[in-house]
Write a protein that binds this ligand. Structure first.
Ligand SMILES: CC(C)(COP(=O)(O)OP(=O)(O)OC[C@H]1O[C@@H](n2cnc3c(N)ncnc32)[C@H](O)[C@@H]1OP(=O)(O)O)[C@@H](O)C(=O)NCCC(=O)NCCS
Length: 186
């Protein structure tokens, strides 16, 4: 298994894997347009082909890391082909996001997820959604569950990455539900 930055050739397989989980309500659907636009955020895990030819290689998982603010990046579309679950691919993809955040010197990584036990294995901790900046909710307008979001917000802090002094991202207003936030202009 090899992990590497995604290319446009990977997009159809990435979409296939992501949307197979989205159909089960585990994550957001992604269109080709979204994946092309966000391509530079993504890494893929490739299973080397049996023949050793590049054309025989096969994408078995993907993840995106989107920079939201100077001290916050979000893990998006973490997805492993069901046939390859339990082989350490998810772990490899999460580790890539951690390495990437460290490379970019971003101190906190967040995830909105149903898989809190999985993320807890990597040092992510459950946080109150209100503690995250407003910007986090920009995707909610496209989410079918926006009227009743039940995802868990988790954050991992990279303590070896220094804190920096910066303007604070607009906070999530207290007591305002996420669907309402979908209508708030950035
Ligand atoms: C969650 C998911 C990414 C895990 O990928 P995976 O390749 O099966 O996970 P790994 O084999 O790398 O597992 C790493 C560790 O996490 C554990 N683990 C895997 N899935 C888990 C889960 N659902 N809950 C708790 N622990 C889990 C493994 O047992 C393993 O533990 P170990 O290191 O102590 O042996 C994958 O099941 C998936 O794509 N799920 C559907 C999409 C999804 O929910 N994505 C998350 C959206 S944010």
């Amino acid at each position: 298994m090899t992990i590497r930055p995604a290319t446009i050739h990977d997009v159809p397989r990435m979409q296939e894997i992501i949307n197979s989980h989205a159909e089960l309500g585990k994550m957001l659907f992604k269109s080709f347009a979204q994946l092309y636009e966000q391509l530079r955020d993504f890494a893929v895990v490739e299973r080397d082909g049996l023949t050793g030819n590049a054309s025989d290689a096969h994408i078995v998982g993907c993840v995106g890391l989107t920079v939201l603010w100077a001290d916050l990046a979000e893990i998006r579309s973490l997805a492993v082909d069901d046939a390859y679950r339990g082989r350490g691919i998810g772990k490899q993809l999460v580790q890539w996001t951690i390495d990437e955040a460290r490379r970019l010197q971003i101190r906190r990584i967040m995830s909105l997820t149903y898989e809190h036990e999985f993320f807890a294995k990597f040092g992510f901790e459950v946080v109150d959604k209100d503690t995250l900046p407003l910007k986090v909710w920009s995707d909610c307008v496209r989410c079918p569950k926006r009227d009743g979001c039940d995802e868990i917000a988790m954050v991992k802090t990279l303590h070896d990455v220094p804190m920096i002094v910066m303007p604070t991202a607009a906070p999530t207003p207290r007591g305002v539900s996420i669907p309402v936030l979908g209508n708030v202009e950035d």
